[in-house]
Write a protein that binds this ligand. Structure first.
Ligand SMILES: O=C(CO)[C@@H](O)[C@H](O)COP(=O)(O)O
Ligand SMILES: [Co+2]
Length: 228
């Protein structure tokens, strides 16, 4: 992602990013149109390999399909083992931000540098059971820190508030990094996320489980802004 894109998201925070895990994959064009009509500013794409997490989704071809359908920034959340082996391919497929899990690599900082070297924004994610200090040393290399509020792997899980204290900790030691939260974010929980300092709010079922995306995104946005 260009520095401009990142600056725009920072400027617009709090920003809701729909997670397309639960979208209608038989009709991606229509789904993107509906999200654009709802005014979303970026898309969150969840890549799962069935090894790092006990679920499988999709890989580069679907990222490339979204790239064809929209100019919106694509925030690609890699829930895969050995993400270093695939970073270039996700970049070529059209990812703007690539987020890897700290639990999946030996050296977080060098993986983030590799992502940057391709010209992408670089993110680091941690699951609820991973202590936040695991990523402290790597934060100067990160554009984005993703605090998971569910165990990575599935949409539709309940929000784990352990992510909120981690958001505060990350902000305490790094004033620049964009902070994202992902998992169980809905109308009941989104205010706590922005109150804690989250800039980017990933939302799956609380958008795709609703009949009207415009109303869903508007209501989530109002709740996020009111608490920020
Ligand atoms: O990365 C993940 C799950 O591992 C997420 O992006 C979920 O897809 C979000 O879905 P909800 O929890 O909002 O339903
Ligand atoms: Co995700």
């Amino acid at each position: 992602m260009s520095r401009d894109h990142l600056a725009q998201l920072r400027e617009a925070a709090p920003v809701i990013l729909p997670s397309l895990l639960l979208c209608d994959f038989a009709n991606l064009e229509r789904e993107v149109e509906r999200l654009l009509a709802a005014g979303v500013k970026a898309l969150h794409l969840d890549v799962m390999d069935g090894i790092f997490v006990p679920n499988m989704t999709y890989g580069m071809p679907i990222v490339a399909a979204f790239r064809k359908l929209t100019d919106l920034p694509l925030d690609v959340h890699l829930m895969i083992e050995k993400p270093q082996q695939y970073i270039r391919q996700f970049h070529e497929a059209g990812a703007d931000v690539i987020t890897i899990h700290a639990e999946a690599v030996d050296d977080v900082a060098s993986t983030l540098r590799e992502i940057h070297s391709l010209g992408c924004g670089a993110g680091v994610a941690i699951n609820p059971d991973t202590p936040v200090d695991v990523i402290f040393d790597a934060l100067p290399e990160a554009d984005l820190a993703l605090m998971m509020s569910v165990n990575a792997g599935f949409g539709g899980q309940s929000f784990n508030p352990v992510a909120l204290d981690k958001i505060r900790e990350v902000r305490r030691i790094n004033s620049d990094v964009l902070i994202e939260i992902d998992g169980g974010v809905n109308l009941d929980t989104i205010g706590r996320c922005t109150e804690a300092g989250a800039d980017l709010l990933v939302v799956g079922s609380a958008i795709f489980g609703k009949p009207d995306y415009i109303t869903a995104v508007r209501d989530l946005n109002s709740a996020a802004v009111a608490a920020s």
